[in-house]
Design a protein around this ligand. Structure first.
Ligand SMILES: Nc1nc2c(ncn2[C@@H]2O[C@H](COP(=O)(O)OP(=O)(O)O)[C@@H](O)[C@H]2O)c(=O)[nH]1
Ligand SMILES: [Mg+2]
Length: 445
């Protein structure tokens, strides 16, 4: 799901987040890349332009350029914009209480997923203690009624059908009456779709809508058709006012163009997404989660916030100096531990950095070992922490005992620390590495 676009964004963000200072030109270049990525994702051109213009405007207006970690601030800005374009808040279905009947009308082109979605929706609402019935009002294709019946059987949901009636408006009218009599609080209507928008279909849907008086008129749109889904939604919305969209086949969409275009083009929110062919494959649509997914990041926003809380520029610079001169002590090592802890586990931290997923081997971030190491350092005297070279065999034995570990663990830590210092010294002299590390922790080189 969304793999294609997410990979592109991860690459773009990797480049910008590695920068420790950003110029207007950097922003312009990155925005140009974002523009291409969105167009490739089949986002509507007008939406792309609006997205790009707003991002540039705010990037220059807000303090991105002078921020502690400009790369990450910029990424957060793009993320915020994307959430906005996806619709901001999660939208609930507007159903009435169980004492009044709520009618949900599903419409859409042929093959978009209406019939499947009707059953999925019924299953979802049944789980919320609603009593659902479905009305089979697709009378054009003979197999359509049967398809809904089969799904209804699988889902344990009653389906209202009429054998000899060819007018869907009448079937809906009768079905609603039947539903009321048997006290179903929720009625889901499956309708006919054509291959293309056509006048006759629209008129019929308008007639059904008049009779059904639905609380929700939901378009089922195929996510794989990209921005075309938004055009279709606009057409439907103009003729039969929609209250929302269900984006089906989202599981097969690698680009995200439909989701990103819909709200801006139609003004209608996406309320649910179809994520598979099974009856339980219907999810709520959370703009923030989808934005994270599109941008290929675990949670960049909280990373930016946390990094700002725990590190400040001066501290990072000092740390850098220490690394370069190899005066980095066990005390500093412990200090880093605690910061990382404050930010959450090291592993979850790594996951939050764009492009870092899957780049660390598990061994490098063994949290149990981190706990051992912390205990060992805490059992050292201040003098030992400042100068690890004085820690001979008898001191090692004492420290092992005090920390509840073994001499083997103490030796291991000291060896690792010695190695870390060496690497740090090398890294500290390497400009490129330095920038990468500092930018991750919100510093400036
Ligand atoms: N992968 C996937 N397939 C879906 C989804 N929704 C519907 N489909 C498939 O799309 C095809 C058409 O669905 P159908 O409900 O008959 O569409 P209708 O003509 O609009 O009623 C069927 O093969 C469904 O299994 C979805 O969310 N994900
Ligand atoms: Mg159908």
């Amino acid at each position: 799901m969304l793999d294609g676009i997410s990979k592109t964004f991860t690459d773009i963000f990797r480049r910008i987040s590695g920068k420790t200072s950003i110029s207007e030109k950097n922003i312009q270049d990155t925005v140009d890349e974002i523009k291409i990525a969105l167009l490739e994702a089949d986002v509507n051109l007008r939406v792309v332009r609006r997205f790009v213009n707003r991002t540039i405007e705010e990037a220059k207006g807000e303090n991105v350029l002078r921020a502690v970690s400009p790369g990450q601030q910029f990424i957060k800005l793009v993320y915020d914009k994307m959430v906005q374009f996806l619709g901001d808040e999660k939208q609930e279905l507007n159903l009435k209480g169980p004492d009044t009947q709520s009618v949900i009308l599903l419409l859409g082109l042929q093959g978009s997923g209406k019939t499947t979605t009707a059953a999925k929706l019924a299953v979802k609402l049944k789980r919320q203690e609603r009593r659902c019935i479905m009305i089979a009002a697709d009378l054009v294709r003979p197999a359509a009624v049967h398809q809904l019946q089969v799904l209804g059987e699988q889902a344990g949901i009653e389906v209202y059908t009429e054998k000899n009636e060819s007018n869907p408006v009448k079937v809906v009218k009768n079905g609603l009456k039947y539903g009321k009599k048997l006290q179903f609080d929720t009625v889901i209507i499956d309708t006919t779709g054509r291959l293309h928008i056509d006048e006759e279909m629209m008129n019929q849907l308008a007639d059904i809508k008049k009779v059904a008086n639905p609380v929700e008129t939901l378009l089922v749109a195929d996510a794989m058709t990209g921005q075309h889904a938004a055009d279709i939604a606009k057409n439907f919305n103009d003729k039969v006012e929609l209250t929302g969209v269900i984006l089906s086949k989202f599981d097969s969409d690698t680009r995200g163009g439909a989701a990103l275009s819909l709200k801006t083009v139609t003004g209608t929110p996406i309320k649910l997404i179809g994520v598979g062919e099974k009856l339980e494959d219907l999810d709520d649509f959370y703009p923030d989660r989808i934005a994270s997914r599109i941008l290929g990041m675990g949670d960049v926003v909280s990373l930016v916030e946390k990094a700002q809380e725990t590190f400040d520029v001066g501290e990072v610079e000092q740390l850098q100096k220490k690394m370069a001169s190899a005066s980095f002590t066990l005390e500093d090592y412990l200090d880093q531990f605690r910061r990382v802890k404050k930010m959450g586990s090291l592993e979850s931290l790594m996951k939050m950095i764009p492009g870092m997923q899957g780049q660390f081997d598990q061994d490098a971030i063994d949290e149990k070992e981190m706990k051992y190491e912390e205990a060992i350092i805490l059992s050292m005297t201040p003098v030992e922490r400042k100068n690890h070279r004085i820690i001979g065999p008898s001191r090692r034995k004492r420290i092992a005992k005090g920390s509840g570990t073994s001499v083997f663990n103490v030796n291991k830590l000291l060896k690792k620390f010695e190695k870390t210092r060496l690497i740090m010294k090398k890294v500290a002299k390497n400009k490129k590495y330095q920038e990468k590390m500092l930018s991750q922790f919100g510093g400036t080189a």
